[in-house]
Design a protein around this ligand. Structure first.
Ligand SMILES: [Cu+2]
Length: 144
């Protein structure tokens, strides 16, 4: 008897919660795909990077996915210095591996290359951060 009373109470409580949530109304349901920040992915294959030019907003990140059959090392330009756009220095990715950049916090055009293949234009690309046309690079050195 006691156990049944407790179970009945739980059922009532659950029903009350469900009903209460529905009747309170007014709040927009937040679905997992509804209006949240979307991730821009740059796909790397044997043919190069795709898309070679992407646009994001300040405060966003980009994901690189290495679908090539070799290691790829994405680094910010210029080659061997890699200080133009530090958030995108994601480093070496093995085949099948994906990496998120850090957050791009400064507006401007970030360009990158595959450090292991730096002269191959197919493995170069640009990320337009908060701008609509390619232009000057962000200046991370004076803004931080
Ligand atoms: Cu390099």
């Amino acid at each position: 008897m006691n156990a049944r009373t407790v179970l009945a109470g739980i059922a009532l409580f659950a029903a009350a919660c469900g009903g209460g949530g529905g009747s309170s109304g007014g709040s927009t349901p937040t679905g997992p795909t509804g209006g949240g920040p979307q991730t821009t992915t740059i796909n790397i294959t044997a043919a190069g990077v795709s898309q070679q030019q992407v646009r994001i907003e300040v405060g966003q990140q980009v994901q690189f996915s290495n679908n090539a059959a070799r290691n790829v090392e994405i680094q910010s330009d210029p080659h061997n210095v890699h200080d133009l756009c530090p958030p995108l220095n994601v480093g070496t990715m093995t085949p099948g591996q994906s990496r998120m950049t850090n957050t791009f916090s400064v507006r401007g055009t970030c360009t990158y290359h595959d450090h292991t293949n730096a002269d191959d234009g197919r493995f170069r690309g640009s990320i337009l951060v908060g701008v609509t046309e390619p232009g000057p690079a962000p200046d991370y050195r004076t803004s931080q």
